[in-house]
Write a new protein. Structure first.
Ligand SMILES: Nc1ncnc2c1ncn2[C@@H]1O[C@H](COP(=O)(O)OP(=O)(O)OP(=O)(O)O)[C@@H](O)[C@H]1O
Ligand SMILES: [Mg+2]
Length: 318
């Protein structure tokens, strides 16, 4: 099976200030997953579970503490600019932060076309840009010469997707791309992801709190909790017949992303986060309705079912 992206045993640690002093926080703990060509793979989980950290490491913005990242079977080298070498592009939460308010949006497009030598003339550049804008339901005419403030959040997010498409990426990493978009427009944005997958064969690493859109758009999903993937498999299986008590809780509570939070969030931890990150055994033991003695001291193993991976002591007797 082809794997566009493969992440093996990825760990990312930060030195964090805790009440008890500075300690090492394992924001991402030996996680493994892969993304196939033309697939939408989702990382879901509540705030502070390590989703953005995973994205930053895969994009090469942060260095892994350990583990490996492979693109088409080849290891990602340190500090590699994956958006140039591997056809990986990113879309972020707040499209208004992506574009400088004092610059016209089209200037970014022409800059990218120039930098990547995607066209030989102004006319060719315009056609190239127009083709990409049409993929997201816009045209060159609609956006030429306009500033970010002249667009709605939903339009600007579409524009950031078109911008990501300029270089014909194979993988788009979208970190909370709809959490700042009006609820009524969210589906239209995630629909676009589906369309890009079906029509262009692009894969998407979709990062979200929003299980409704995740369910609708994903092929496979991984549920993260305090740096660990606690359950992973086909979206139908994981969200409709979850095995892990945390997946069940998440499905029933559906926490919302905080729209005021930016990609470069404050790194201060809440007390709960701190306690759970430092917990021995299963990180979810403190909140788990099915907690057993072993959960408090022994880290659960990754258990493989036919259709899913589950990290939970409840199933270790199977
Ligand atoms: N640069 C950093 N230095 C220290 N700790 C960090 C740093 N970046 C992230 N963290 C910590 O790592 C943990 C995971 O953070 P991360 O931003 O990856 O979570 P997230 O799942 O993306 O959360 P959200 O849904 O709120 O965006 C958090 O406890 C966070 O405080
Ligand atoms: Mg995040």
């Amino acid at each position: 099976m082809d794997k566009l992206l493969e992440v093996n045993g990825l760990t990312k640690q930060f030195s964090q200030g805790f009440v008890i002093g500075r300690v090492i926080l394992t924001a991402v703990e030996r996680i493994s997953f892969f993304i196939k060509p033309a697939e939408i793979f989702t990382l879901a989980g509540e705030s502070g579970c390590g989703k953005t950290t995973t994205a930053k490491v895969v994009l090469g913005f942060e260095e892994a503490t350990s583990g490996e990242i492979l693109h088409n079977g080849k290891p990602q080298t340190r500090k590699e600019k994956v958006w140039i070498t591997q056809g990986v592009q990113a879309i972020f939460q707040d499209p208004f932060c992506t574009f400088n308010p004092l610059r016209t949006v089209d200037s970014y497009f022409y800059e990218t076309v120039r930098n990547y030598r995607l066209a030989n003339s102004k006319k060719e550049a315009m056609d190239w840009i127009d083709r990409k804008l049409r993929l997201v339901g816009l045209t060159h005419q609609e956006f030429a010469g306009k500033y970010p403030s002249e667009f709605s959040g939903g339009q600007l997010q579409r524009i950031s997707i078109a911008r990501a498409l300029l270089t014909d990426p194979k993988l788009i990493i979208a970190d909370e791309p709809v959490s700042m978009v009006d609820a009524s427009l969210r589906m239209s944005i995630v629909n676009l992801f589906k369309q890009l997958k079906d029509e262009l064969g692009v894969s998407i690493l979709y990062i979200t709190h929003d299980l409704a859109t995740a369910y609708y758009v994903s092929d496979r999903i991984a549920i993260m909790f305090r740096g660990n993937i606690v359950e992973m498999g086909a979206v139908e299986q994981v969200l409709m017949k979850p095995r892990h008590p945390y997946s069940k809780l998440l499905r029933d509570s559906i926490p919302q992303a905080d729209p005021k939070k930016r990609w470069t969030t404050s790194i201060r931890l809440s007390e709960l986060e701190e306690e759970e990150y430092l917990r021995q055994g299963c990180k979810f033991a403190g909140r788990c309705p099915d907690v057993m003695d072993a959960c408090k001291s022994v880290v659960p193993k990754d258990l493989y079912f036919e259709d899913a991976l589950v990290k939970c002591h409840k199933y270790s007797g199977n």
